[in-house]
Structures are given as structure tokens and as C-alpha cells.
Design a protein. Structure first.
Length: 291
């Protein structure tokens, strides 16, 4: 199998993509590497919809807080290239920090209103870093569509708002969360879990499943839904960071669940922070949907 072309600089990538774009649609999957089945599902989705699929591998320093795991975040570029190729990628973009943040660097993107809730409450500056790097990557690759996982529902919402507000031309595609056999949402950080922590972690998805079942039976009070999830998580010896029931539109808390609702959880298993969510439309029926 021929090795995938690997580009390190934005200018080199732009030059390489120009003739490929002329052949048909361009799909893009931005990642921080340590690729797992969740990432590969995004690559496969892009490959199914696009003539050419570009995958970026860049551990973005500006979305990590000072006490977070930037230095420890797994980096395994050669393994990532092989995995991306097996899923249908055509091009790899793996810039260094200087290629994305040339010194002196002074410009960032802030998306207001929807970044101060959920993960934004405990990860100050996180979404400023996410918005900035995603905008830069979209400008460099200039795809027809970019693919993101529904596990990071707030991220999807922030990126869509940014692209809309700044008049970007790109379609942002959300793809379903990919899970382990026991329901745990796939994440590169799952590798940090001890055996005991890993055994407890599926309680997050189980708690969300219980919440959906209660809503299907007629429960509409967001506070009771939230408490039920919290109790289930704590019973599994996990430490909640937040459990929130919010409107998908503005990510503001709701009292009664109706319309498009996001139920989002972040909890610690030991020192490892895990996130998960379910997005549902509540009308005449209760239907799961993508963010």
C-alpha cells in the first residue's frame, strides 16, 4: 500500500490540495491524534461523501488549561497515519506549533454566550482555543465539509456558530458517538483509566439511558432528570463535574424539557475527566438526534 502523503506546512498543504479539489468534493476530519474507532468513523463518513479526505493531526496547546494533560496527551503519528489510511483518508496534515501559531501570536476567536456553560465553566479558555484552531484549519484546508463527533456536542455547537457568524462556506457535519461494547463513549483519554475506573465508567452512559427512559414515560422536569443522573453517577463512585439539561439552541438551562434538548455530563473517574451526552427532540414523541 502506498504511504499517504504527509504535509507539515500550511503552504505545502494548500498547494497539494489545489489539484485534488478540482477533481471533486473535499472532506476534512480535524483530530488531535491517538486515533480510535470514533475518529475512524468520521474518516469513513468523509470518505463516503467526498472525493478526497484530509485528516489533520495536531495537539492544540491553546485548548488545554494549565493543569490539564497537554504534555501527557498521547502522540503516535505513524500509528495514526496507518489507521487513517485504513479508514479511507487520502492526505495527512501534521503541522508543528509554529506552523499554526507563528510567534509572536496575538489573535484568537471568541464565541460568546454558548462557551461559558457546560465544559466552558470548568475549562476556562478551552473553547477560545478550539474555535481558533478549527477556524485556522478550515481556512488552510478549505474543505466542502468537516466532520465532528457528537460526543463533543458543545464543540459542534460552538463551531457551527463560529462558521455562521464569520461567514464561512463550510458544512459542519455531526456524526454519531461511537461506543465501546459496554456503552462507554470512545475517547483517547480512556487509555488513562485504571482497570477499576474503566469498570465504573459506563455508568455515565447508563445514567443517560435511564434519563431517556424516564422522559419517554413522561418526565419533563429538568431538575428531577438531572438529580437522577447525578445519583446514578455518584453511586458508581464517579465524581461529577457537571450534569446539565439545556436547550440545544443556546445551551441555556431549561426547567421543562421540550423541543431540542441536550443532556450533558462530565465526570471524573479517578483523575480522568470523561464526557458524554444525549441530544433529543421532545415533541409528540421523544426522538434522539444529532447536535
Amino acid at each position: 500500500m502506498t504511504a499517504l502523503p504527509l504535509y507539515r506546512s500550511p503552504d505545502e498543504l494548500r498547494a497539494a490540495l489545489a489539484p485534488l479539489r478540482a477533481r471533486g468534493d473535499l472532506g476534512f476530519v480535524p483530530t488531535m491524534g491517538a486515533l480510535h474507532e470514533g475518529h475512524l468513523s468520521l474518516i469513513r463518513a468523509s470518505a463516503a461523501q467526498s472525493e478526497t479526505t484530509v485528516v489533520s493531526v495536531f495537539v492544540n496547546p491553546t485548548q488545554f488549561g494549565p493543569s490539564e494533560d497537554f504534555d501527557a496527551y498521547p502522540r503516535m503519528l505513524q500509528d495514526d497515519i496507518a489507521a487513517a489510511q485504513s479508514a479511507g483518508a487520502d492526505v495527512i496534515f501534521a503541522p508543528d506549533k509554529a506552523g499554526i501559531y507563528p510567534e509572536p501570536y496575538r489573535t484568537y476567536i471568541e464565541v460568546e454566550g454558548i462557551t461559558g456553560t457546560l465544559c466552558g465553566r470548568s475549562r476556562e479558555g478551552h473553547f477560545r482555543g478550539v474555535a481558533t484552531v478549527v477556524w485556522k484549519l478550515l481556512q488552510i484546508v478549505d474543505p466542502d465539509r468537516a466532520f465532528f463527533g457528537a460526543k463533543d456536542a458543545q464543540q459542534v455547537r460552538v463551531i457551527r456558530q463560529m462558521v455562521r457568524d464569520l461567514l464561512g462556506r463550510w458544512e459542519i457535519v455531526a456524526c454519531p458517538t461511537v461506543r465501546e461494547a459496554d456503552g462507554l463513549a470512545m475517547s483517547s483519554r480512556n487509555a488513562y483509566l485504571s482497570k477499576k475506573e474503566r469498570a465504573r465508567a459506563p455508568a455515565i452512559q447508563e445514567a443517560l439511558g435511564d434519563a431517556i427512559a424516564r422522559i419517554e414515560k413522561g418526565e419533563r422536569h429538568a431538575g428531577r432528570i438531572r438529580v437522577g443522573i447525578m445519583e446514578r453517577i455518584e453511586a458508581a463512585s464517579l465524581r461529577p463535574d457537571y450534569v446539565d439539561v439545556v436547550s440545544l439552541d443556546d445551551l441555556a438551562p431549561v426547567h421543562e424539557t421540550q423541543g431540542d434538548i441536550l443532556i450533558a455530563v462530565a465526570a471524573f473517574a479517578g483523575a480522568t475527566r470523561l464526557i458524554d451526552n444525549v441530544c433529543i427532540h421532545i415533541g409528540d414523541q421523544v426522538e434522539e438526534r444529532l447536535p
